[in-house]
Design a protein around this ligand. Structure first.
Ligand SMILES: Nc1ncnc2c1ncn2[C@@H]1O[C@H](COP(=O)(O)OP(=O)(O)OP(=O)(O)O)[C@@H](O)[C@H]1O
Ligand SMILES: [Mg+2]
Length: 584
């Protein structure tokens, strides 16, 4: 539609001619307002203020700025004049159909006495305030259409009046000035975002490599903050079931509820990231069709708006492929190409740091094996020979002794020496040949598998990374293994549960083994502990720790037992206390 078309529409009306003074005045006000919109205003705030200025300038009751994203869609909608309750009643953002879609496809000024009469109009959605007069103009940033400014319902002294040709000129001038201001703000915004991501990359690498190690929860947290997302999470392929994904770390909205949950890989966003090995940007999680709507509805407080997913190579103890998922709540600005590139770099840094972390752990394990070999050699070459030589000398002495009592005693000592040599040989044999027992995570995984049949469903297993699985002192590892066995067997025998979960963590210098279920709970009548729980308690106490039973859990059903003991200084775990998320 051209300007002439519109003036024809207007021709019948006597549009109020403003006095030259008021036009000057309005222009001056516009210039002042634009000057005051300095580059230090954050972009979302800047957009809102631009709409306000536009409304004020032409006396419109409602104003909006629709930002057009890739694929010619509206990706952001900043409104003025519509209060939050009304906005909530309307619900979703405009989908870019109807008149707004027309403006996206035809980025030219448009002035209408009645917007509902336009051929492209499809009417207003339910709950939308009634609107009639309409004035729209595109905003270009560096020659590209950034979006459209829309104004509706011009008022003059409380009376509805049509927009004038002069209003249109002013709005067009305003839109082109806005393009320049937005361009500056965008450059600054990108620079700031880049800086945030760079800092996050540096911090996470440092955390993962230094002694005070970070967990994947911290990866999620750094990424969430850098991205300005509402939820940051890490999902990995389940080592026992490649068709399933596990959410192993989360930070932000609904994170606690999501931790440890399993998601189907097929048809999911993460699944797609893993299959096509490409990062994914989504404007709206629910309408993307890549997450079952029910899954989102099941988790109260889960952000369901724009999403950004990037691949995270080889995560966790089992080095499984995974993804970093960043979500914003509905209505928040969408992630753009810049975000994707920066998050992707961040993920690569995390991948490298995790790889180095594994190399360090492998080296430590090799050093341990070397040490065992050296001890075995020393025992064989030195200790056994010395005990043997001492035995020989005692045998000679016994032969020389004239006191039969002394001689008999000396021969007893020689026999003890022989026994010692035999014991040493056995120890050497086991040092050289016995495989060190499985690390705790492997044991936990095997137990979870073993109990799947008994419990009727597979207990979930969450391990807070980094976890010193292979570095635990033998007594601690043995205690933890016993705790896992006993607690899972208790769930199977007493709980009648439909769900069980196992959580391993090493927060702040402690090892924590937690098993939770949603069964009948340890009633007061049965709280009398028998040998199982008593043994666990005793073992924990011997190691300076404790075993605590919580039942019912969080005011509901079920039981949660935590077996927790201190770790020696130098055994690396996560730096912050574990999320207490098991069993929710
Ligand atoms: N997960 C659970 N859900 C419900 N009740 C439990 C659970 N764990 C323990 N109990 C209750 O607490 C009691 C004590 O457990 P404990 O492990 O000490 O003994 P036990 O399992 O009965 O016997 P043992 O372990 O010596 O074979 C159990 O008999 C049971 O009544
Ligand atoms: Mg028991």
């Amino acid at each position: 539609m051209t300007t002439t078309d519109r003036t024809v529409e207007d021709a019948g009306r006597a549009s109020p001619r403003p006095s030259p003074a008021s036009a000057d005045d309005r222009l001056r006000r516009l210039l002042v307002s634009l000057r005051d919109l300095g580059a230090d205003v954050p972009l979302p705030e800047l957009l809102r203020r631009l709409v306000e200025v536009a409304c004020e300038l032409v006396g419109a009751r409602y104003g909006a700025l629709g930002v057009v994203g890739a694929g010619e869609r509206l990706v952001q909608f900043v409104t003025v004049g519509v209060d939050e309750r009304t906005a909530a009643r309307i619900g979703h953002l405009p989908r870019g159909e109807g008149l707004l879609g027309h403006l996206v496809d035809h980025p030219r000024p448009l002035r209408l006495p009645d917007l509902t009469a336009h051929p492209a109009s499809i009417g207003l959605p339910p709950g939308h305030p009634p609107m009639r007069t309409f004035l729209g103009a595109p905003v270009r940033v560096r020659g590209e259409v950034f979006g459209n400014l829309y104004l509706t319902d011009k008022q003059d002294g409380g009376r509805p009046v049509p927009f004038t040709a002069e209003d249109e000129e002013l709005l067009v001038a305003m839109a082109s000035a806005a393009g320049v201001v937005i361009s500056d703000a965008r450059l600054l915004d990108v620079a700031e975002r880049r800086q945030r991501w760079l800092r996050a990359s540096a911090d996470v690498v440092q955390d993962l490599l230094l002694e005070e190690a970070a967990s994947l929860a911290q990866v999620a947290r750094h990424a969430r903050r850098a991205a300005g997302a509402d939820l940051g999470s890490v999902l990995v392929v389940d080592p026992d079931d490649p068709a399933a994904l596990q959410l192993v770390a989360a930070d932000g909205g609904a994170g606690d509820r999501l931790l440890g949950t399993a998601w189907p890989r097929e048809g999911s966003l993460v699944g797609r990231v893993l299959e096509v090995d490409e990062d994914v940007l989504v404007d709206d999680l629910v309408t993307s069709g890549l997450v079952a709507e029910g899954l989102v509805a099941e988790v109260p407080g889960m952000p369901d708006g724009p999403a950004l997913l990037v691949r995270l190579p080889r995560v966790g103890a089992a080095a499984r492929p995974g993804a970093l998922a960043l979500l914003r709540r509905r209505g928040a600005p969408v992630f753009d190409e810049e975000d994707r590139a920066m998050a992707s770099d961040f993920a690569r840094h995390v991948g490298l740091a995790l790889e180095m972390q594994r190399a360090v752990a492998a080296r430590r394990r090799l050093a341990l094996l070397d040490e065992r070999e050296r001890i075995a050699r020393d025992l064989h070459d030195h200790v056994i020979q010395q005990v043997f030589a001492a035995g020989l000398r005692l045998t000679v002495l016994a032969g020389r002794s004239s006191d039969p009592g002394v001689a008999a005693e000396l021969r007893d000592v020689v026999a003890e020496g022989d026994a010692t040599i035999r014991a040493l040989r056995e120890a050497i044999f086991s040092l050289e040949h016995e495989e060190p027992p499985d690390d705790l995570v492997t044991t936990a995984r095997e137990l979870v598998r073993e109990y799947t049949g008994v419990l009727g469903s597979r207990p979930s297993l969450a391990v807070d990374e980094p976890f010193p699985a292979g570095d635990l002192p033998p007594a601690v590892a043995a205690g933890a293994r016993a705790a896992l066995r006993e607690l899972l067997s208790n769930v199977a025998r007493h709980a009648g549960a439909s769900r069980a979960s196992v959580h391993l963590a090493a927060p702040g210098g402690r090892l924590e083994v937690t098993v939770a279920d949603d069964g009948v709970g340890v009633g007061t009548a049965t709280a009398r502990r028998r040998s199982g729980l008593r043994n666990l308690e005793q073992r924990a106490r011997e190691l300076g720790g404790r075993c605590t039973v919580a039942s019912p859990v969080d005011g509901g059903r079920g039981t949660r037992v935590s077996w927790s003991v201190p770790l020696p200084v130098g055994v690396r775990g996560s730096a912050r206390p574990a999320d207490d998320a098991v069993g929710r």
